[in-house]
Write a protein that binds this ligand. Structure first.
Ligand SMILES: Nc1ncnc2c1ncn2[C@@H]1O[C@H](COP(=O)(O)O)[C@@H](OP(=O)(O)O)[C@H]1O
Ligand SMILES: [Mg+2]
Length: 360
């Protein structure tokens, strides 16, 4: 009898949990009233973020009760804002997977009150020991609000290393070969419905499948890989839409020095990692705008293991591996460079050269 590969159950549950949460976010995406709040760091949060986080944590607690969880949102505001709480609960109680999948996730959350407690189970401080799930229920919330790209992100970190990563990208085309474009979103949805689920387990490669696939069949999806980049001047490089999130002028200078002819493709969320991992784009640059911003682990964990398993390398701008074992943020991180293995070193040299003369 052959035994299941390592992390088979974790992968399966993570895929189903992301798939279910993505159904909720899609319903919210298609409404005009998304229940937006502004957080203390001035970033937006919506009904979709809270609802997706509740559904994912509930699935994780049902299957892996002992594991810690680092998730982006907290329920504090919802304990007094009953309107918003009711709105979120309206989506959460009605969002289900068809067939077997729902059972595997433990079914529905009991009440609006327990939903708040579940959201707050994501308050772990992280660290370098044990099993920790990192959740970004809606990454790219600004893109989500603009009608652009966003991603539902889940990763398992064990002793500081990312072992499993899953990205649900409801607004990316299912087709891996469709090259990335600026701000793909609602305006470009096709009739068969968009959405792709990209996953990876350390040492086992990366896969992709339609986000809408039936959950009954154990569909492992198709294997994906980065495009071999023989001629770097033909590369398509992607970066954030938000100018405050990465240094677009520095990135333009780097691209120019590398001889890259095309303009950057701007896209919100970890859909950038998903896109380069399946060869729809080639390079992702995220250099700091200002010193001091600490990247959150949930913004990168899933994307990093997916890109690695698809044949890429992800480092900071000094060439060091990202360290997911230091808490809720990648302490002291100096930007991110993700590219196919064969060209990563060359890109890094240019990043270092161009950054050297810049005072942030
Ligand atoms: N000043 C900053 N520099 C870098 N990233 C930032 C930032 N302010 C916010 N972010 C992060 O950027 C994420 C979006 O990334 P991108 O620009 O690639 O779409 C946000 O995730 P959320 O949307 O989950 O809040 C947020 O965590
Ligand atoms: Mg995020």
């Amino acid at each position: 009898m052959s035994s299941a590969p390592p992390y088979a159950k974790e992968l399966r549950i993570a895929q189903l949990a992301v798939q279910r949460a993505a159904i909720l976010t899609k319903s919210v995406f298609n409404t005009t009233s998304k229940g937006t709040l502004s957080k203390s760091d001035h970033s937006p949060v919506t009904v979709g973020d809270f609802g997706a986080q509740a559904l994912i944590i509930s699935a994780l607690k049902y299957n892996f009760a002992q594991d810690e969880i680092v998730a982006e949102e907290e329920a504090e505001e919802l304990r007094t804002n009953t309107d918003l709480r009711g709105k979120i609960w309206g989506y959460v109680k009605d969002t289900k997977l068809d067939g077997e999948g729902e059972k595997e996730l433990g079914g529905a959350i009991e009440s609006a009150e327990s939903m708040l407690d579940i959201i707050d189970l994501g308050a772990s401080q992280g660290g370098s020991k044990g099993r920790i799930w990192a959740i970004d229920p809606i990454d790219g919330t600004k893109g989500f609000l603009r009608g652009g790209q966003y991603a539902v992100c889940l990763a398992l970190i064990v002793d500081g290393k990312v072992k499993v990563g899953v990205l649900g990208c409801p607004n990316l085309p299912v087709d891996d070969s469709a090259r990335i474009e600026n701000s793909m979103g609602k305006d470009q949805q096709d009739s068969e419905g968009k959405g792709v689920l990209i996953s990876a387990v350390e040492g086992q490669g990366a896969t992709g499948r339609a986000l809408s696939a039936s959950t009954g069949g154990k569909d492992d999806g198709r294997s994906i890989s980065m495009k071999p980049l023989e001629d770097i001047t033909k590369a398509s490089f992607c970066e954030s839409v938000e100018a405050a999130h990465s240094n677009q002028s520095l990135q333009a200078e780097i691209a120019k020095k590398l001889g890259i002819v095309a303009e950057s493709v701007r896209m919100d969320s970890q859909a950038k990692y998903a896109s380069i991992a399946r060869g729809a784009g080639d390079i992702y640059l995220r250099l700091q705008v200002k010193r001091g911003y600490e990247e959150k682990i949930w913004d990168h964990a899933a994307g990093v293991v997916i890109v690695r398993e698809a044949g890429g390398l992800v480092t900071d701008s000094e060439g060091k591996e990202l360290d997911f074992g230091r808490g809720r943020t990648l302490r002291g991180n100096s930007g991110i460079v993700a590219a196919p293995k064969g060209v990563h070193g060359r890109i890094l040299d240019v990043v270092k050269e161009v950054s050297a003369g810049v005072k942030l």
